[in-house]
Design a protein. Structure first.
Length: 131
């Protein structure tokens, strides 16, 4: 539910709603393999250059990382998705994504992203909007 609810807030471009699902500081390994430490403040301007976003999950696979957790258990969720960012300058950013979200104490602590370019998501968006 955490991931689905976070995606809803993201699609509504609700910054306060999105950050409520993240720890105060979150490590994100981006699509280029670069690590960023993101705070709630970093999210404040994320949607400023966007007209809208559509981020739809294709699959969500929960994992439990018990033996590697210290002190409390960490959960990991693999999310396969399609995301489109419609920018104010008229350009479109579209990706097939595979992301691993690491969750501890009910908050996303780390994200590892993998992805590839998409040319068109029209069929996927029409199908997924039915959910």
């Amino acid at each position: 539910d955490l991931i689905i609810n976070m995606m809803r807030e993201y699609n509504n471009m609700n910054t306060a709603g999105v950050v409520s699902f993240f720890s105060d500081s979150c490590d994100i390994i981006d699509l280029n393999g670069k690590t960023h430490i993101i705070t709630h403040k970093n999210f404040e301007t994320f949607f400023n250059n966007l007209d809208s976003v559509n981020w739809y999950p294709m699959a969500i696979i929960p994992l439990k990382l018990k033996e590697y957790s210290n002190p409390s258990p960490m959960t990991s969720v693999i999310v396969q998705s399609v995301e489109a960012r419609y920018k104010k300058d008229g350009s479109l950013w579209v990706k097939d994504l595979l992301e691993v979200f690491y969750i501890q104490d009910g908050k996303i602590e780390s994200v590892d992203q993998y992805g590839k370019e998409r040319e068109d998501i029209t069929d996927d968006v029409e199908f997924l909007e039915g959910f």
